[in-house]
Design a protein around this ligand. Structure first.
Ligand code: GSH
Length: 151
C-alpha cells in the first residue's frame, strides 16, 4: 500500500478522488442550510417543541431543498463509479499526463454540474457537465477492460 502511494498516478487519483468526495459530502450541509433557511423539514422530531400550527408549516417539502437533494443524488450516481473505476484505472499503469487530464476534467465537470444545478444555470449547461464526467469514467473503464479483460 505504501508503495502504491509512491506512484504518481495513484497520488493524482487519491487527490482528485478526495476532492470530488469532499464536494459530494458538502451537499449534506448545503441541504441542511436550505432546510433551515426555507423552513422545510421532513421529520417530526426536527420540529420538536414547535406549536401544532408551526409544525404543519415546517413539515413540508420545498423546491430548493429538493433541488439540492437531486444534485446530491446525481453526485452519488456519478462520483461513486468514478472512484471505483478510477482506482482500477490507476492500477493499469496509465500515462500520468493522460490520467491527470481525466481526473481534472472529471473534477471540473462535477463542480460545474453542481453550480449549474444549484444556481441554476440554463440547460444544456448541466447536461453537458454531466455528460463530460460520464465520458471520462467510460474512457477509464475502456482502458481497464482493454488492459485487464478476463472473461
Ligand atoms: N438519474 C438521472 C439520470 C440522467 C442524468 O444524470 N442527467 C443529468 C443531466 S440532464 C442530470 O443532471 N439529471 C438531473 C438529476 O439527476 O436530478 C436523472 O434522473 O436525470
Amino acid at each position: 500500500m505504501a508503495d502504491l502511494f509512491e506512484l504518481d498516478v495513484f497520488q493524482a487519483y487519491a487527490t482528485y478522488a478526495t476532492v470530488v468526495i469532499l464536494k459530494m459530502m458538502l451537499m449534506g450541509p448545503l441541504t441542511a442550510y436550505f432546510r433551515m433557511t426555507r423552513g422545510a423539514f421532513s421529520n417530526e422530531e426536527d420540529v420538536r417543541g414547535k406549536s401544532e400550527e408551526q409544525k404543519k408549516k415546517l413539515l413540508r417539502s420545498h423546491p430548493d431543498v429538493e433541488r439540492v437533494r437531486r444534485c446530491h443524488q446525481n453526485d452519488l450516481e456519478n462520483i461513486i463509479p468514478f472512484v471505483i473505476i478510477g482506482l482500477l484505472y490507476s492500477l493499469t499503469a496509465p500515462d500520468i499526463s493522460t490520467a491527470l487530464i481525466y481526473f481534472r476534467v472529471f473534477a471540473a465537470s462535477r463542480i460545474c454540474h453542481t453550480l449549474a444545478y444549484i444556481l441554476p444555470l440554463p440547460q444544456p449547461s448541466r447536461a453537458l457537465a454531466w455528460m463530460t464526467g460520464m465520458v471520462v469514467t467510460f474512457c477509464m473503464a475502456f482502458r481497464v477492460l482493454t488492459v485487464a479483460l478476463h472473461l
